[in-house]
Design a protein around this ligand. Structure first.
Ligand SMILES: Nc1nc2c(c(=O)[nH]1)N[C@H]1C(S)=C(S)[C@@H](COP(=O)(O)O)O[C@H]1N2
Ligand SMILES: [Mo]
Length: 340
């Protein structure tokens, strides 16, 4: 049986969330896949040429950094290593960078060692259907064994490099460059030193600061000011956060297990993949927060968050939750969900 990496949950069977860019660059140029850098540079395939090559059908476990997974998902396309068979890769190559045909020329990169020893797929299809545009059609990279942000949608260029070129999420959002889901390499560790962390926790003012991964577990932080703070992957398990202001903060992947969040303000916050299991959300305000992959209860339904008649939720944010979480939530707070 395939297993889930730590702190991942299964997305419901019929749901495949769209994450990141939704559309490729509109262009009338025909689609090509090109190799550049220190390997038969300029070698280019059209879509038809790629389709006429031997196709591989692989079952790949998809693990999104926002904590949803889909196991054994069928993808088909051409193995990158098959394309490279006729190419001599220069001995100096250490990294491979993949670029998208998208408005921001989205990229991600991997170590060449990893690429050559794994079955990376240049995929045309998922679930036995051609890839939809939003999921990277006509052509996307699918990388087994890494968080899904390495699987670049609308892939058009593969560059073989001596030095790494940090990808878009890795450079802009602090995503971990190695992305191993089994080691939970989601985001770069915080660069805060211990003294600075203590000073900030005592001042209880995080507003607009970049404090990714800060450890506030078990701390007394009632009234914390954290509007617009960057708190991705922060740990607030068991913390006292009564009346805290997290409005418009980025809290993706943050942990609030068993925290006291009475009257806390999360309006407009990014709570993707945040864990609220066992937290007290009485009178908390979660309107217009993004709850993609967020959890309010353990998968066995135990350790549920506590809601009361004053907890505020909006339909828009509830709809971003997975089915299981939505169903659980509906039983708790049906009457508190504000109509659109
Ligand atoms: N071009 C491009 N590729 C991308 C992204 C993106 O924003 N742009 N996001 C990445 C992230 S973070 C994830 S989780 C997956 C999402 O793929 P999906 O939308 O098909 O689920 O695509 C990855 N590839
Ligand atoms: Mo992702």
């Amino acid at each position: 049986m395939t297993q889930l990496p730590p702190n991942q949950r299964l997305a419901s069977q019929h749901r495949w969330p769209v994450v990141g860019e939704q559309t490729p660059l509109l262009s009338s140029d025909r689609w090509t896949l090109t190799l550049t850098g220190l390997v038969c540079p300029g070698r280019t395939w059209s879509l038809d040429e790629l389709r006429s090559l031997p196709q591989a059908n692989l079952l790949i476990d998809v693990h999104c950094v926002t904590r949803w997974s889909k196991l054994q998902m069928p993808f088909s396309g051409v193995r990158l290593n098959d394309l490279l068979e006729e190419c001599e890769v220069d001995a100096a190559v250490e990294f491979v960078s993949f670029a998208s045909r998208s408005t921001r020329s989205h990229t991600s990169s991997l170590r060449w060692d990893f690429v050559r020893s794994n079955d990376l797929l240049i995929a045309f299809a998922a679930n036995y259907q051609p890839l939809s545009t939003e999921h990277g059609g006509p052509l996307r990279l699918v990388v087994p064994g890494k968080y899904f942000y390495k699987s670049v949608k609308w892939v058009t260029e593969v560059a073989f490099l001596q030095r790494d070129q940090l990808g878009y999420w890795e450079a802009e959002a602090g995503y971990h460059n190695n992305a191993d889901p089994w080691r939970e390499e989601r985001f770069l560790a915080s660069t805060l030193c211990k003294q600075e962390t203590e000073r900030l926790l005592a001042a209880k003012d995080f507003a607009s600061l970049d404090l990714r991964g800060i450890d506030g577990a078990g701390r007394s932080l009632a009234g914390l000011r954290a509007a617009k703070a960057l708190l991705r992957n922060a740990d607030f398990s068991n913390a006292d956060l009564v009346g805290a202001d997290f409005s418009s903060a980025n809290l993706s992947g943050a942990r609030f297990r068993n925290a006291n969040l009475t009257s806390a303000n999360f309006r407009g916050a990014d709570l993707e993949g945040a864990d609220f299991s066992g937290a007290n959300l009485s009178a908390a305000d979660l309107r217009n927060a993004s709850l993609f992959g967020a959890t309010f209860t353990d998968s066995d339904g135990h350790l549920g968050a506590v809601f009361d008649a004053d907890t505020k939720l909006s339909r828009r944010s509830v709809e971003t939750l997975g089915d299981q979480q939505q169903a659980w939530l509906a039983q708790q707070v049906y009457s508190q969900v504000e109509s659109p």
